[in-house]
Design a protein around this ligand. Structure first.
Ligand SMILES: Nc1ncnc2c1ncn2[C@@H]1O[C@H](COP(=O)(O)OP(=O)(O)O)[C@@H](O)[C@H]1O
Ligand SMILES: [Mg+2]
Length: 248
């Protein structure tokens, strides 16, 4: 797969950055070359989830043309290529120039996941325009799905029919079912990532959960979604419960 995918949500805090890091790792482990780009230049934290605290050069420098893209790419021990955005207040915020971003994305081989800011503002629209495809992340609750629907409508206006919706933090009684979300949004649900303490632990440890706990319920869900995106079959590892218990 050779494409750039914008990871959007509408509502904030639903799991875009967590999805970007883990779906990226899942795609990589299924054989794709993967680069993650932190498109949330106002409140960048993709780098933080991956353990990059101090990096002299990031996306803003590459977009400004001060450096070549390769200088902004950082390697995660998992083999993921990551282009973080500066967390410093002194850096330019707001919308990336879509033409420059598109030019940068063209230089990257394989799959690129662009972790977006929340909302459907100019910044998110610029990223959607620069990417080939869009994936929408939401929680299975009405306010989040309503915002996801707005993001889907904006994507369609920009000529990007979303690849699908990912339901994150599922597993409660009081939530919308995937069929209901599909009916509301008119887009297929790519998968459900359960509420999982292993995700919180992994963010605390600054590693994707799939890297740290590959047999956790959320990790298996990320693998299944990545396989669906690649159109390949993924067989769940056997004795998952036992593996989890032993790991604990
Ligand atoms: N599947 C999950 N299970 C448990 N907690 C989660 C899960 N996904 C996300 N979280 C929690 O939600 C927080 C926000 O997720 P994040 O990916 O940063 O959202 P966004 O990028 O959309 O703002 C994370 O810091 C984590 O604590
Ligand atoms: Mg985020």
């Amino acid at each position: 797969m050779e494409k750039a995918i914008a990871v959007v949500s509408g509502k904030g805090g639903v799991g875009k950055t967590t999805f970007s890091a883990n779906a990226g790792l899942a795609l990589k482990s299924l054989g794709s070359e993967v680069t993650l780009l932190d498109g949330d230049m106002s409140n960048s934290n993709l780098g933080l989830q991956l353990g990059f605290f101090q990096f002299p050069l990031g996306l803003q420098d590459a977009l400004a043309g001060n450096i070549g893209l390769e200088k902004a790419v950082h390697s995660h021990p998992s083999g993921l290529r990551v282009v973080p955005s500066s967390v410093s207040l002194g850096y330019p915020k707001g919308s990336p120039n879509p033409f420059r971003l598109k030019r940068l994305l063209k230089e990257i081989r394989g799959v690129t996941l662009v972790d977006c800011p929340p909302g459907i503002g100019q910044d998110v629209q610029a990223i959607m325009r620069s990417c080939d495809d869009v994936i929408v992340i939401t929680n299975p609750e009405i306010p989040a799905v309503t915002d996801a629907l707005k993001a889907i409508q904006v994507a369609r206006e920009l000529g990007r029919e979303p690849l699908g919706v990912v339901l994150n933090r599922t597993g409660d009684r009081y939530e919308l079912r995937p069929e209901e979300v599909e009916a509301m949004c008119g887009v297929r649900v790519l998968g459900c990532v359960p509420e999982d303490r292993a995700v919180k632990r992994s963010i605390f440890n600054r590693n994707p959960v799939l890297y740290e706990r590959p047999h956790s319920r959320s990790s298996v869900a990320f693998m299944e979604i990545a396989a669906l995106l690649l159109g390949i079959e993924y067989k769940r590892p056997g004795m998952l419960r036992l593996r989890r218990l032993l790991r604990r």
